[in-house]
Design a protein around this ligand. Structure first.
Ligand SMILES: Nc1ncnc2c1ncn2[C@@H]1O[C@H](COP(=O)(O)OP(=O)(O)OP(=O)(O)O)[C@@H](O)[C@H]1O
Ligand SMILES: [Mg+2]
Ligand SMILES: [Zn+2]
Length: 510
């Protein structure tokens, strides 16, 4: 007898349908699985055989062939244990013959005793199954909550093979997973209200949030750089549903989605340690997994102690910062993961941390300072749009009351500025000012005469690079948007130039 069942597979963050076929013929007993990478076949065969027996069924002593199609995509084998087992049961007449499985799909790794185990990438697979008209999706209990975010498909949490078979044959009923409660986006997010003083740095982060720009924070130890960076997600616009789904898919595939979070509604904040490898940042592995830059998609990537990151790590960042996506090539294929993140890099001005400090003395030699700052290459420095100094907080500021605003107040301004950008760039691929192309800038970054004069003077007298010029225009565009002005005025351009002045203070003699 022959049976065909639906299942799903995952490639990168996108899922595809998989057909699981079982054929049972009356000849010499054997058990073959085809369509899986060689290494996974044996293990899968062993698990299916044991789980089937230990769930109270008999393993057919005939020739069994299981085929997983399409065969040309390298599949991670273990999640087809369940559909393979079911196809064998059905083809060997151990499921009721009137069991219609044409609108059902099955997925899950099995333990030897017939329990279902967690698999990664459940959200993407549920979306794909629904697109293909699947009505009932049977998945491991631990993954049902995640899949249930998708509307229009019933997700059944399955604990054991025996439980599933009892449901399919009508002996008992497994209830579909209830829809999840999606939490509030800014619950648990640290708030800007806690940060005392640091007006300039707060303003810089507001501009970064409003235009999607990258930021470099420079300051002595303990001045609040980490504290400020952690609060950036709280002033970024609320995530759209599409952004939530895309970010969740990445975390689901990477296996880093918390069990109680079926949908990520708070922008991610990732802060990999400076010892992270290049592959850890960009993604990698035999079947490549998303790296830190993709895990921070639609959120914030914070690189603390920036000069301590390896040269390779800094190198792999460069292209993705511009492109918003990263491509990983492996023998198993080329994969592209999205990675549109806001980058916040933080550093001390020198190895001891006190270079340029008003009170404490820097003990580093000029050579040491030069070497330290030199670890950040020119092209990388250019990509960090906004440079801002975070000086040591004064005692009075720290002990005084916070006169600061809450993140919600700042976010309201950010969302207004973003709405202006969305209206302006409608019909183009640009999503925010930071992603403006040179051609579009001609149309959308129109300066007043005064602003033009200031920019010209700055360019001629301060020796700015062409890229730096582009950055200044984009930042000025955002400053003007926060101000509700369509034309970029003198004060907007002056603020933007200010954010690029550190090049000269720290990097000029390098
Ligand atoms: N502006 C501030 N307002 C309130 N508290 C602050 C401020 N700046 C620093 N602090 C306090 O000091 C602590 C250390 O700050 P933080 O870790 O952000 O410093 P840092 O600049 O990242 O230092 P390092 O260079 O050592 O990493 C914070 O957890 C906070 O308690
Ligand atoms: Mg810090
Ligand atoms: Zn020093």
């Amino acid at each position: 007898m022959f049976t065909r069942l639906h299942s799903t597979g995952i490639f990168g963050i996108d899922a595809y349908m998989v057909e699981v076929e079982a054929d049972i013929s009356n000849s010499f007993p054997s058990f073959e699985i085809v369509g899986l990478p060689d290494t996974a076949v044996k293990e899968s065969r062993d698990r299916v055989r044991s789980a089937l027996k230990n769930s109270g069924f008999s393993f057919p002593t005939t020739k069994i062939t299981v085929n997983l199609a399409p065969a040309d995509i390298k599949k991670a084998g273990s999640m087809y244990d369940l559909p393979s087992l079911l196809a064998i049961l059905s083809a060997s007449g151990q499921l009721k013959p009137d069991c219609d499985l044409s609108e059902c799909a099955f997925i899950g790794e099995l333990s030897l005793d017939g329990h279902l185990r967690h698999i990664n990438g459940m959200l993407s697979m549920a979306i794909e199954a629904k697109r293909h008209g699947i009505k009932h999706f049977f998945v491991p209990k631990s993954d049902a909550y995640e899949a249930s975010v998708v509307d229009g498909i019933s997700i059944y949490p399955i604990d054991t093979v025996a439980e599933l078979v009892a449901h399919l044959t009508g002996e008992t009923t497994v209830k579909p997973q209830e829809k999840p409660n999606i939490g509030s986006p800014f619950f648990n997010c640290p708030d800007f209200f806690d940060v005392k003083g640091q007006t300039a740095a707060k303003k810089a982060l507001e501009i970064a949030a409003a235009g999607g720009h990258n930021v470099l924070l420079i300051g002595p130890p303990g001045s609040g750089k980490s504290m400020l960076a952690k609060r950036l997600p709280s002033i970024l616009p609320s995530m759209t549903f599409e952004e939530s789904i895309e970010t969740t898919k990445i975390h689901s595939v990477a296996g880093s989605l918390p069990q109680d979070t079926p949908l990520i509604v708070t922008r991610p904040f990732r802060s990999p340690h400076h010892t992270v490898s290049a592959a850890g940042l960009s993604g990698g592995g035999i079947i490549p997994r998303p790296g830190e830059i993709s895990l921070s998609h639609n959120g914030v990537l914070f690189l603390d102690e920036f000069p301590e990151f390896s040269r390779q790590a800094m190198e792999v960042l460069r292209a993705p910062i511009e492109d918003g996506k990263v491509t990983i090539s492996r023998a198993s294929g080329r994969l592209t993961y999205p990675c549109e993140f806001s980058l916040v890099a933080a550093m001390n001005p020198c190895p001891c941390g006190y270079f340029g400090h008003p009170k404490k003395k820097c003990i580093c030699s000029p050579m040491a300072v030069k070497k330290y700052l030199g670890k950040i290459s020119g092209p990388m420095l250019d990509r960090l749009d906004i440079h801002v100094e975070v000086p040591a907080v004064q005692y009075e500021e720290l002990t005084g009351r916070s006169d600061g605003e809450t993140s919600a107040e700042i976010r309201a301004r950010v969302e207004k500025a973003r709405a202006l950008q969305q209206a302006r760039y409608k019909g183009t691929k640009v999503t925010c000012n930071a992603r403006l192309t040179s051609e579009l800038m001609q149309n959308y970054c129109v300066l007043t005469d005064d602003a033009n004069r200031i920019l010209k003077a700055a360019f001629e007298n301060l020796g700015m690079s062409a890229r730096s010029y582009d950055r200044i225009l984009k930042i000025a565009r955002t400053v003007a948007d926060l101000d509700g002005q369509e034309k970029i005025g003198a004060s907007h351009i002056a603020q933007a130039i200010q954010f690029r002045s550190m090049d000269r203070k720290y990097w000029s003699e390098l």
